[in-house]
Design a protein around this ligand. Structure first.
Ligand code: SAH
Ligand code: SF4
Length: 361
């Protein structure tokens, strides 16, 4: 098996072409077929002679991710895909559609960066089974390309407009592949997704936050905060024991200084744990003066964790305290919870059957 074609930058593909005795310009053609149009076979590449595919077949691998299962939410059209990777491992990926009145509709793909996750956050389904392995750049980009290919069969104009690295795994623990995937998705000859339309979400790996500020200053950074108190955050997000709040907030301040970009803080509201009025006041104090917004997410059900959401009145009160303190705050629009596609509900599954909920896919 050769290098994954979907993970190769244009310059790398040029080297592969030259090494295979092909002219350099073939690399540009193949790159566009794969990265812009999502080609999954050599014979789909109309202006590329079969001899090119034959010359490259030993060096690169074009097999795409296989969608074992696709589920479509009955309530909002959110789609969840279970993809099988080359070695038989599986990851889940989510497509969220937002209708807009003016500009073209937004289509956000939530990609996975690891099979499983080593971080063990208390509320999250992904972390339950630990980490299996990192994804390669081609496997991360491949999730976007495969979804685009499938949806284009129904709607040839379909485009993925946004990517959030918020699926399975901790993106900053797979840093090299993350950067490569960002660069590929951003390439004007590929998906051409603007840096600002990509969001990297992390549980708070401090040194990598600073690396990201220097390497990719334009992507949007989201920090999974979930508590403004170390003793609570230690339990919810175990990485806090390595990088406690003060270090994390210092890194955030440096990040903003370097990039001039607003940070999003994600805060899953859990009944009886982090959702009291005092918790809200602590959060307002922690983020005071920082260029940021706070995204409140009533915790999504994961059977094994036993954690519950606060009441709607408690959530509203929490948001009100923050707003009054001058913090920009939103309650996250919930997508796909009827198919377990909401935040924290993605997990490694035993694939096999192909399930269609509304007959569209
Ligand atoms: N590992 C990264 C990105 C993937 S998790 C991170 O932790 O940031 C994406 C987001 O979902 C994170 O903010 C995470 O804290 C949140 N999340 C995890 N489980 C959740 C749950 N059960 N309910 C609501 N949000 C959850
Ligand atoms: Fe990993 Fe993020 Fe889940 Fe924590 S919330 S276990 S970091 S995927």
């Amino acid at each position: 098996m050769g290098l994954s074609l979907r993970g190769l930058r244009l310059e790398e593909l040029q080297d592969v072409c030259v090494a295979a005795g092909l002219p350099k310009f073939r690399a540009g053609q193949v790159f566009e077929w794969v990265q812009a149009k999502g080609a999954g076979a050599w014979d789909e590449m109309k202006n590329v002679p079969a001899s090119v595919g034959e010359a490259l077949a030993g060096a690169v691998d074009l097999t795409s991710l296989e969608a074992l299962k696709t589920q479509v939410s009955r309530t909002d059209g959110t789609r969840k895909y279970l993809f099988r990777l080359g070695d038989g491992q599986t990851v889940e990926t989510v497509l969220m559609l937002y209708e807009r009145k003016v500009a073209r509709d937004r289509a956000t793909v939530c990609v996975s960066t690891q099979v499983g996750c080593a971080m063990g956050c208390a509320f999250c389904a992904t972390g339950l089974g630990g980490l299996v392995r990192n994804l390669e750049a081609g496997e991360i980009v491949g999730q976007v390309l495969e979804i685009m290919r499938q949806v284009r069969q129904e709607d040839p104009e379909f485009r993925v407009t946004n990517v959030v690295f918020m699926g399975m795994g901790e993106p900053l623990q797979n840093y090299g592949s993350l950067l490569a995937a960002i660069s590929l998705l951003n390439n004007p000859k590929g998906q051409n997704i603007g840096m600002r339309r990509m969001t990297v979400s992390t549980c708070g790996i401090v040194p990598r936050i600073l690396d990201l500020a220097r390497d990719n200053p334009q992507v949007t950074l989201a920090i999974s905060l979930h508590s403004a108190r170390d003793e609570v955050r230690d339990r919810l997000v175990p990485m806090n024991r390595h990088y406690p709040l003060q270090e994390l907030m210092d890194a955030c301040r440096k990040y903003i200084e370097i990039t001039n970009r607003r940070i999003t803080f994600e805060y899953a509201l859990v009944k009886g744990v982090n959702s009291s009025p005092q918790d809200a006041r602590d959060l307002a104090r922690l983020t005071e003066g920082l260029l940021c917004n706070i995204n409140l997410i009533p915790v999504n059900a994961v059977r094994e964790t036993g954690l519950e959401r606060p009441t709607e009145a408690e959530n509203a009160e929490f948001a009100r305290i923050l707003t009054e303190a001058g913090v920009e705050v939103s309650l996250r629009e919930e997508k796909g919870s009827d198919i377990d596609a909401a935040c924290g509900q993605l997990r490694k599954r035993q694939g096999g059957e192909f399930l269609v909920l509304n007959g569209k896919v």
